[in-house]
Design a protein around this ligand. Structure first.
Ligand code: ATP
Ligand code: MG
Ligand code: FE
Length: 355
């Protein structure tokens, strides 16, 4: 079984082919970072136009790279949301058109589910597993019970972790996208130099919060000499921010681990529980190392997909489409792109939070 996947929900235009042997046959990806950099963030209209300009060529190139034609493909999957609606429409309409032209089934993939199931493509992780989803727009702890079956244990009550890193990096003049720039700037920095808050530490539950951290970074910057940061201050502040975000995720993650064990307690023969990290922030080396230590300490298996599968890509969309097709969950051509599409619709929506 071969699935074509299309990703256009933010500022990456991507196409990929995966098969049911968990092989990525080919993938092409075009990041629009340079186009958005002058604005310090993603501009939806520019993103939508760029997807429209490049998607067809990326799909043709991906098919050529893999040496297959659309006749060899068993289904066409596109991110159907959540995301910037103009981009999602471009991907969905392209997938629907290809579906009509070829008679192959159309699969509408939830972008968050694509992040969530990536570890089954990279590492064949079995259900259920605990998921820390940390991306530009989302920050959640979930029990992944099966395809389309999620229980949310906690979510951010304000900003996502990636959003916090992006905003801190922007205030520090590190450029866009902020997460990777901040990670580079932090090399050699002292993570204990600036005392930044760890919001919600010690509070019950698994919800997260990052807006206080962002405000604290602003206050640190206001106390430092005006003008560009010295190399030392830049490295120390970047390292301090990265450590604060990591500490919050580790503390909240530990609470979720305890809940996961309670809810899924298997018999004596049950395999070790797994913690999977997914989403763009999961590419961060400091976070990965800290979660690895946490898992070793708690008897969890730690699963972190390769960096290129953490940030947005189409292989994860193709894989989620494949998992859905295997269960017969195709979508009709009436599917409407969904700007908001929570993984666990039964979970309460905290004030001011995203999907
Ligand atoms: P969502 O998946 O919530 O819809 P998105 O698709 O825009 O949002 P992703 O591409 O999954 O998000 O992740 C992008 C985020 O990951 C950005 O906030 C970016 O700064 C962050 N990020 C990427 N690489 C790193 C890194 N090495 N360290 C920290 N953060 C990173
Ligand atoms: Mg992106
Ligand atoms: Fe994403």
């Amino acid at each position: 079984m071969i699935i074509l996947g299309i990703e256009t929900s933010c500022d990456e235009t991507a196409a990929a082919l995966v098969d049911d042997q968990r092989r990525v046959l080919a993938q092409r990806l075009l990041s629009q970072h340079a186009e958005h950099r002058p604005y310090g963030g993603v501009v939806p209209e520019i993103a939508a136009r760029a997807h429209l300009d490049h998607l067809d060529g990326l799909i043709a190139g991906t098919l050529a790279d893999a040496g297959v034609t659309l006749a060899d493909v068993d289904g066409i999957a596109a991110t159907g949301g959540p995301g910037l609606i103009g981009g999602v429409i471009v991907g969905v309409m392209t997938a629907k058109a290809l579906s009509v032209a070829t008679g192959k089934p159309f699969l509408a993939v939830n972008h968050l589910e694509a992040h969530a199931l990536t570890a089954r493509l990279s590492d064949a992780v079995a259900f259920p597993y605990l998921l820390l989803l940390v991306s530009g727009g989302h920050c959640q702890l979930l029990i992944v019970r099966g395809v389309g079956d999620y229980r949310r244990l906690g979510t951010t009550i304000d900003d996502a972790a990636g959003e916090c890193l992006d905003k801190a990096a922007k205030m520090m003049g590190l450029g866009h996208p902020g997460g990777p720039a901040l990670e580079r700037a932090a090399v050699g920095g002292d993570p204990a130099r600036f005392a930044l808050p760890r919001p919600l530490r010690g509070r019950p539950g698994c919800d997260l919060s990052f807006s206080g951290l962002k405000t604290a970074v602003r206050q640190v910057l206001d106390r430092l000499p005006p003008g560009p940061l010295s190399a030392r201050d830049r490295a120390d502040l970047a390292a301090s921010v990265q450590q604060a975000v990591t500490d919050v995720l580790v503390e909240r993650g530990a609470r979720a681990m305890a809940l996961f064990v309670e809810e899924t307690a298997g018999g004596a023969e049950a395999p070790a529980p797994a913690l999977v990290v997914a989403g763009g922030v999961a590419a961060n080396g400091t976070l990965r190392a800290a979660l690895d230590v946490l898992c070793a300490d708690r008897g969890f298996r730690f699963v972190a997909p390769p960096l290129a599968l953490c940030t947005d890509n189409a292989a994860m969309v193709a894989w989620a489409g494949l998992e859905r097709l295997r269960l017969g969950r195709t979508e009709s051509l009436d599917f409407r792109p969904r700007p908001r599409w929570p993984l666990d619709p039964s979970a309460p929506r905290p004030a001011g939070a995203g999907a």
